[in-house]
Design a protein around this ligand. Structure first.
Ligand code: SF4
Length: 232
C-alpha cells in the first residue's frame, strides 16, 4: 500500500511546474534584463537561483546582512557564490552604515518592526533606489504561510515582482534541491524551514507553517520587504 501511495505521488513530485517556471523566467529575463534578485538563501531562494541560472540569469543576488545572521546562512551564501560564478553576489552590510550606528542593538527585542525597517528594508531600499531595476525576482511561494496564499506570479506595485515559485510546494522544492544537490542552509535539516536573524528565528514544530519560526509569539510574520507600507 505504501509503495502504491509513493508511486501515486511520484508524478506530482517529479513534475512540479518546472517547464512553466523556466518559460516564465525566460520571459522575465527578456522583458526585464536589469532584474535583480534579493535573497536570504532559504530553500526557496536556493532553488530560484538555480532555476534562474538555467534560464540565463547572470545578474545580482542581493543579500542584506543585518548583523544577526546565523554563520550557516553566511556559509550558504559563500557556497552559492562558489557554485554560480556567473552571478554577482552583493552583500549589503546593515551594520556598516552611519544610520545603523544609531540603531540600538536590542531594538529587535523591543520593536522588531523598527529593527527590520532599519536593518533590512532600508538598506535594500537604498540599494534599489541606486540601481533602479525594472523588476525583482523573488522566491516566495504560496504554501509558505497563510499570509502568502494569494501571491500572484507577476506582482505589480512600487516595482514589478516576478514570483516564479509561487505555485511550488515544499516537497517539490525539496525534491528539486535534492536532485541537483543544491547547497541548502544546513539549519533547514534541523527544522529551521525559514531562516532569518538568529535573534528572531526558532525551529518549526510539526504541523506549523514554514514561517512559524519567524518572530514567534511576537504577532509579526513579515519583515516588511514583501508586505506592508515600505515593501519593495
Ligand atoms: S529579523 Fe529580527 S534582528 Fe533581524 S532585522 Fe528583523 S527584527 Fe532585527
Amino acid at each position: 500500500m505504501t509503495g502504491h501511495m509513493a508511486q501515486d505521488r511520484a508524478p506530482l513530485l517529479a513534475s512540479p511546474p518546472r517547464a512553466a517556471t523556466h518559460d516564465l523566467l525566460t520571459w522575465a529575463l527578456t522583458a526585464h534584463p536589469d532584474a535583480l534578485m534579493p535573497s536570504a538563501f532559504n530553500l526557496n531562494g536556493v532553488v530560484l537561483i538555480d532555476l534562474a541560472v538555467r534560464a540565463g540569469y547572470h545578474g545580482e543576488v542581493v543579500f542584506v546582512d543585518t548583523g544577526y545572521h546565523f554563520p550557516e546562512t553566511l556559509q550558504t551564501r559563500d557556497r552559492l557564490a562558489a557554485r554560480y560564478p556567473g552571478l554577482t553576489f552583493v552583500t549589503l552590510n546593515a551594520g556598516a552604515t552611519p544610520e545603523d550606528g544609531q540603531t540600538p542593538p536590542d531594538l529587535y527585542a523591543r520593536d522588531p518592526d523598527a529593527c527590520c525597517a532599519a536593518r533590512k528594508v532600508a538598506p535594500l531600499q537604498r540599494y534599489l533606489r541606486e540601481k533602479n531595476p525594472s523588476a525583482l525576482l523573488n522566491a516566495r511561494s504560496r504554501d509558505q504561510a497563510t499570509t502568502r496564499a494569494d501571491i500572484p506570479v507577476v506582482e505589480h506595485g512600487a516595482r514589478i515582482k516576478i514570483n516564479p515559485l509561487a505555485s511550488w510546494t515544499r516537497p517539490q522544492l525539496e525534491a528539486y534541491a535534492r536532485e541537483h544537490s543544491l547547497p541548502v542552509n544546513p539549519l533547514y535539516a534541523d527544522g529551521f524551514l525559514s531562516v532569518g536573524c538568529w535573534t528572531c528565528t526558532r525551529a518549526v514544530r510539526p504541523g506549523e507553517d514554514v514561517r512559524a519560526g519567524r518572530w514567534a509569539g511576537q504577532g509579526k510574520t513579515e519583515c516588511g520587504l514583501w508586505a506592508g507600507a515600505g515593501k519593495l
